[in-house]
Design a protein around this ligand. Structure first.
Ligand SMILES: [Zn+2]
Length: 156
């Protein structure tokens, strides 16, 4: 019999090279793909697990992206919708790096303000800037706060 104790590591490290984003809040996997700009059209190999049983969360999503390591910007935005996520960098089937995401104090240029009257949405060459709050984000220009649906602000 094969020991099953290391089932978790196995599941995470099944890809050869790339990134495994683990402990994503259940239901957020598709938003993670949106953040990474993955729409299936550019030949990237991606596996998504939705509602996988987890010891840390009741249910979780998991996203594995082959041949890609995430940039800090991508991880920052990811942390907004998946604050419990862990990022596993895999090389030759081994997890060589594993870290929890950290919420940044601010994000720049990655979200669009939902306020149509905001200077950042009016066609001016102004880079969007959001302050990251405990439970949402606040536009640095007009002060609009978004708590739910942060994923819908992602500028793709
Ligand atoms: Zn704004």
């Amino acid at each position: 019999m094969t020991p099953v104790s290391n089932d978790h590591e196995l599941r995470v490290s099944k890809i050869r090279h790339g990134t495994v984003i683990d402990h994503v809040r259940a239901g957020q996997a598709l938003n993670v793909l949106a953040i990474l700009g993955i729409d299936g059209g550019d030949g990237e190999e991606v596996s998504v697990g939705i509602n996988v049983p987890s010891d840390r969360l009741a249910r979780k999503d998991i996203v594995k992206v082959e041949d890609r390591e995430l940039s800090q910007d991508e991880v920052d935005v990811l942390s907004l919708i998946a604050p419990d996520a862990s990022i596993n960098i895999v090389r030759e089937y081994e997890v060589v790096e594993k870290h929890r995401v950290e919420r940044p104090d601010a994000v720049e240029g990655v979200l669009s303000c939902p306020n149509p009257g905001c200077i950042t949405t009016g066609g001016e060459p102004v880079t969007s800037q959001f302050e990251v709050l405990e439970d949402g984000v606040r536009c640095a220009y007009c002060g609009t706060i978004t708590r739910e649906e942060i994923a819908s602000l992602i500028d793709t």
